[in-house]
Design a protein. Structure first.
Length: 511
């Protein structure tokens, strides 16, 4: 068995070797063939690349030639345009030069004329001076003295004629204007009956018992400090039985503090956390009331399409007073009065009502923004795109600017009418007395006045003149001068009647 096995192994080894040699030969042939094919491919690729390169070079040369031709053509056109422009410019320059020459010639002529005119003026002045000197010698008065005398005579005549004319015109105008004005105003007042609400800068909160005062103050005053810090309002806890006073100039904050304090008293749990919660609830409640009041005011006056923020600002006027008069009620009344008067006179009643409702809107935030309520109101109306007619009415209702529409005039009249109603406004005694004193001082410092008396709660001033200094013809002018001084120097609600009286008395004694 061993020799056969050995022979078989030898045969297998020989077969493997022969196979290996055959594979090697076949592989070498395949490699040679592949290398040959690769070389052929490389040669073909190089040939194709050369052809492509030549084609691209030719295309680039053609494109360059075409672009060069286009540029040369465009350059020729530009040169032609430049040459035409240069020709036009040169023509214009020649035309301007001709005009300048003409102007220079005219200036020379004007200078010559001016010189001749100056010489003539000098001659005329010298002649006039000689004439004036001769007149001064003849009359015995200097030029200034004669002018002063002449002006005095002319002024007396003019004032006399003006007084007579004013009296005549006023008499004729009053007969018709007073009748018509009384009809319009009476009708408007009869149809508009607004409530008057007077408020102050303090609010009083009733307490169930005096023991509640200690709970409001809290341990070491922590509760009262929390309330004052969160609301910005001062709490005055004194000997007043079963009451706490809230003091502050911001009426909205004062109302929030009042509602929050009432809620705390009802709840009974008073501590800083509960105070903060109640203040937040009161703030939401007041904001809701403000919105509802603004919407109600718009509904009452028939004013629509107001910006929501303006409606809220109107609602804030519920908590604002002026001379004790509630500003929201006043604005509603002015709106209705202006609208009724506009309707009677044939003007735009909707515009008058809208302007009347918004005329004092600046007072809603005048505690927070610098400026007069008129300036603030104008800025608010401009911000929320109100018409120029409404803006003019707001701006002119106190006479700061001239009213450019009849509706603006009616708003100013309605504002004065609402403020002048009996009981509508109140003043402190000190300011009231001061205003009366100023009113009498203005009249007493006028030339020719003997005495003056403010009557009818400052609605009228009676002025007695010196009969030897003021004639009957000069009385209308004197009354007008006093009225103008009052308008310029005093601030007052409504109108003030100036009544000038001249009386001549003859006294004789029987012996």
């Amino acid at each position: 068995m061993a020799p056969y096995v050995l022979t078989a192994l030898v045969a297998i080894a020989a077969g493997v070797f022969i196979g290996y040699l055959l594979r090697k030969r076949v592989g070498e042939k395949a490699i040679g063939s592949a290398e040959l094919q690769a070389k052929n491919i490389l040669l073909e690729a190089e040939a194709n690349a050369d052809n492509i390169k030549k084609e691209k070079i030719l295309e680039a040369k053609e494109e360059t030639h075409r672009m060069r031709s286009a540029l040369e053509s465009e350059l020729r056109e530009r040169r032609n345009e430049v040459s035409k422009t240069e020709k036009r410019i040169s023509q214009k320059e020649e035309h301007i030069e001709r005009k300048l020459e003409s102007i220079e010639r005219r200036e020379e002529g004007l200078v010559k004329r001016e010189r001749s005119m100056n010489e003539k003026h000098k001659e005329i002045d010298e002649y006039l001076a000689k004439q004036v000197a001769e007149l001064e010698k003849i009359s015995g008065y200097s030029r200034e003295e004669a002018k002063h005398l002449l002006l005095e005579e002319v002024e007396k005549d003019v004032r006399k004629d003006a007084s007579q004319l004013i009296t005549k015109i006023e008499t004729e105008a009053k007969e018709e204007a007073d009748k018509r004005a009384k009809e319009v105003i009476t009708l408007a007042i009869q149809r508009c009956a607004a409530d008057h609400v007077a408020e102050t800068t303090v609010s009083v909160v009733p307490l169930p018992s005096d023991d509640m005062k200690g709970r409001i103050i809290g341990r070491e005053g922590r509760n009262i400090r929390a309330i004052e810090t969160l609301t910005g309002i001062d709490l005055i806890i004194d000997d007043t039985p079963e009451a706490v006073i809230l003091s502050g100039f911001d009426p909205v904050r004062r109302e929030i503090a009042r509602i929050a304090l009432e809620k705390l008293i009802v709840d009974g749990r008073i501590h800083p956390a509960r105070i903060e919660e109640m203040v937040q609830k009161a703030t939401k409640e007041v904001n809701t009331i403000i919105k509802e009041e603004g919407e109600q005011a718009c509904f009452e006056t028939g004013v629509h399409n107001l910006h929501p923020e303006m409606v809220k600002l109107l609602g804030r006027l519920k908590y604002r007073t002026s001379y004790g008069q509630n500003v929201l009620k006043h604005s509603i009344e002015v709106s209705l009065l202006a609208g009724m008067m506009a309707s009677e006179l044939g003007y735009d009643s909707k515009l008058a009502r809208r302007a009347g409702l918004l005329h004092d809107i600046g007072k809603s935030i005048d505690h927070e923004v610098e400026g007069t309520h008129v300036e603030i109101g104008v800025n608010i109306c401009k911000k929320y795109k109100e018409s120029w007619k409404v803006i003019n009415a707001v701006e002119a209702h106190h006479g700061d600017v001239e009213a450019t529409t009849m509706e603006a005039v009616l708003v100013g009249a309605a504002d004065a009418l609402s403020a002048a109603r009996p009981g509508a406004r109140r003043e402190t005694l000190e300011s009231y007395i001061k205003r009366l004193e100023n009113l009498e001082n203005i009249a007493n410092t006028t030339k020719g006045v003997d005495k003056s008396y403010a009557i009818q709660a400052g609605r009228e001033i009676r002025v007695a003149v010196k009969p030897n200094q003021v004639s009957d013809d000069e009385i209308p002018m004197l009354a007008r001068d006093i009225a103008k001084k009052i308008e310029a120097e005093l601030e007052y609600p409504g109108n003030i009647k100036v009544n000038v009286i001249r009386e001549t008395r003859a006294v004789e004694y029987a012996k």
